[in-house]
Design a protein around this ligand. Structure first.
Ligand code: FES
Length: 156
């Protein structure tokens, strides 16, 4: 299993307090600040955001569950993004994705059984001319192949 440690209430409050003050702190801005810092919304965060913004827990859940980009479980130690956008699709991303599923032992997006790797699909990683493209922890690589993906993961 991964060595994930849940953030403390104080760490979550710190994320809310230190978010960029564009206009006013809202439920959404607080959830974004927490998600940016921890890469997910920890269980204790919903209640903390509710208290901080003077809203109900239901209000906060309503916002958090509306946005599909929020996740409620910690990501793996390594995040692997595979682009399956139009250009990468033409350049062979479906085959790469199939090989990645087999390599990771999973059938769709999500975490490996040991929780170490998170697989995500992307509709465009913004480097189409180098397709097929993948990213590891947001670092982009072009000319993807299953061999190259395995190599980059084993380098970490
Ligand atoms: S479609 Fe894959 S990087 Fe743009």
């Amino acid at each position: 299993m991964t060595n994930h440690k849940e953030p403390t209430d104080n760490e979550i409050l710190d994320a809310i307090d230190n978010q960029p003050k564009i206009s006013k702190i809202t439920v959404l801005s607080s959830l974004l600040a927490i998600s940016n810092k921890f890469h997910y919304i920890p269980k204790n965060a919903v209640e903390i955001v509710a208290k901080y913004t003077d809203k109900t827990i239901n209000d906060v859940w309503g916002v958090a569950s509306f946005y599909t980009n929020f996740r409620f479980t910690p990501p793996g130690d390594i995040t692997l993004d595979i682009c399956w956008g139009p250009t990468c699709h033409i350049l062979g991303s479906q085959k790469i994705l199939k090989d990645v599923h087999s390599f990771l032992g999973i059938e769709k997006e999500g975490e490996t059984k040991d929780g170490k790797i998170t697989l995500r699909y992307s509709t465009c990683l913004g480097a189409c001319s180098q397709g097929p493209v993948f990213a590891i922890d947001h670092k982009l690589f072009g000319n993807a192949s299953i061999g190259k993906i395995k190599e980059k993961i084993s380098d970490i």
